[in-house]
Design a protein around this ligand. Structure first.
Ligand code: 6PG
Length: 244
């Protein structure tokens, strides 16, 4: 496991030998972020990521006896426009892996069963009341998207916190926090695994390093200088030595 030096401009990168090691380390790191936030402010607002990678991390988090979930407010970074019990629902994945096993102070679900624009408008108000988020968890798609903000997603109004987007992969209709919400968060954690993302992750790193972030994952480095990437060796294979 190695860790690059964090800086306001660059994420700190932690490379793990395999996915299981990444999932264990990420769960420990998230637990520490939750505890630090609760110790500092008596509460933690965390936005969960969807997709496949985080499931095992959430299962480990559920087993962490050192987290006072009564002081944790759970939000979602994005959601597919599907009902809560749909197999594609990010909420369903988090409910099965974590939320059925702990009792957070509150869980703010994105209402995927509603038209995406309506759900986004309502969720924008919830995120506004919770900002700045203490922790934002993200995965990265092989196109460099984070949450459900894709390379082709039109730039939203600068004051928008949550928008409806269209995914190139089904389910097409999505609801996503915007990149400024991620950048304003106190801590951002990006989880990336697999050789299929190595080239894109290296491209994202280069855009950040050049100071010309274009891809959403390159624009998801928070202003607190506490953006951390937990990646496995396969995903890190194309990163320059300086990154890790
Ligand atoms: C989603 C996620 C999305 C995900 C990436 C990576 O709704 O799918 O929020 O941003 O994090 O697509 O997904 P994997 O973890 O499955 O590779």
């Amino acid at each position: 496991m190695t860790s690059g030096a964090p800086s306001p401009r660059r994420p700190s990168v932690v490379v793990h030998a395999d996915v299981a090691a990444l999932q264990a380390a990420a769960a420990d790191y998230i637990g520490a972020l939750l505890r630090d936030s609760i110790a500092a402010r008596g509460i933690c607002h965390i936005a969960l990521a969807g997709g496949r990678t985080p499931r095992a991390v959430y299962e480990r988090l559920a087993a962490d006896s050192g987290i006072d979930w009564s002081k944790v407010v759970v939000l979602f970074g994005d959601e597919r426009a599907v009902p809560a019990d749909d197999a594609a629902s990010n909420y369903r994945m988090a409910r099965e892996a974590l939320l059925e096993r702990v009792t957070p102070r509150a869980v703010h679900r994105i209402e995927g069963e509603r038209p995406a624009a309506d759900a986004a408008r309502e969720y924008d108000k919830i995120v506004a009341a919770c900002e700045p988020l203490d922790v934002v968890l993200l995965g990265m798609g092989d196109d460099g998207h984070v949450a459900s903000f894709f390379p082709a997603t039109p730039e939203p109004p600068s004051d928008a916190r949550v928008v409806a987007t269209i995914s190139p992969l089904p389910p097409a209709e999505r609801v996503s926090v915007t990149l400024p919400v991620i950048r304003r968060a106190r801590a951002v954690l990006l989880l990336v695994t697999g050789a299929g993302k190595a080239e894109r992750l290296a491209e994202v790193w280069q855009q950040i390093d050049d100071g010309r972030p274009i891809l959403p994952a390159a624009r998801a480095v928070n202003e607190f200088g506490t953006c951390r990437w937990h990646v496995d060796g396969d995903a890190a294979a194309r990163l320059p030595e300086a990154a890790t």
